[in-house]
Write a protein that binds this ligand. Sequence first.
Ligand SMILES: *Cc1c(COP(=O)(O)O)cnc(C)c1O
Length: 219
Amino acid sequence: MSITSNLNTIKETLPEHVTLVAVSKTKPVSDLMQAYEAGQRIFGENKIQEMTEKWEQMPKDIQWHMIGHVQSNKVKFMTPYVTLIHGVDSLKLLQEINKQALKNNRTIDCLLQIYIAEEESKFGLDENELNELLTSVEFKELKNIRILGLMGMATFTEDQNQIKKEFTNLKSIFDSIKDLKTENCSLNTISMGMSGDYQLAIECGSTMVRIGSSIFGGR
Ligand SMILES: *Cc1c(COP(=O)(O)O)cnc(C)c1O
């Protein structure tokens, strides 16, 4: 199967309210360009350096999403161009993004990553930490970031019930905060679902899926 036909097949199955992030990490620019030629404009990468190299080489109407874990000291390399940062999991990181966004005269959209899996290796805030962050004075002072919603990754397992439970949990945490009226929040996005579980994620309320291997092949 070609990248073009993989992409078209997936797009046909996605409801209109769900945004597709084509996860292109480790793949060469020539592969990304095939997706671009097929109309894809949103790409997700998990390393800032790799994303920046691709941004430099590719057409400028692409929206670049950082989906990986972000180290504060590398934020500055993507602030000139990044469209959405999915994996924000601390106030400290948000403060650094705000500082760099201000320097670039921008407001940068972010998602807060929530820990929903049963795996030690995954990052994210729990529900208490999320509420603490959103209600803190320090958070309200950040004028150059905007929180669009939440992101989560389910446990890597075959157990559909387990995955469904975790996605449902993320949706209910989102519902508990979605009416929050803070100037730097505009909550409308739930980023959940990858190649193996995106259909289930959509059933559970996802509005943004991050799909890599089903488009570009295995890594
Ligand atoms: C790699 C990655 C994906 C895509 O995974 P696939 O299984 O290839 O679709 C989605 N989200 C994150 C955070 C990733 O790192």
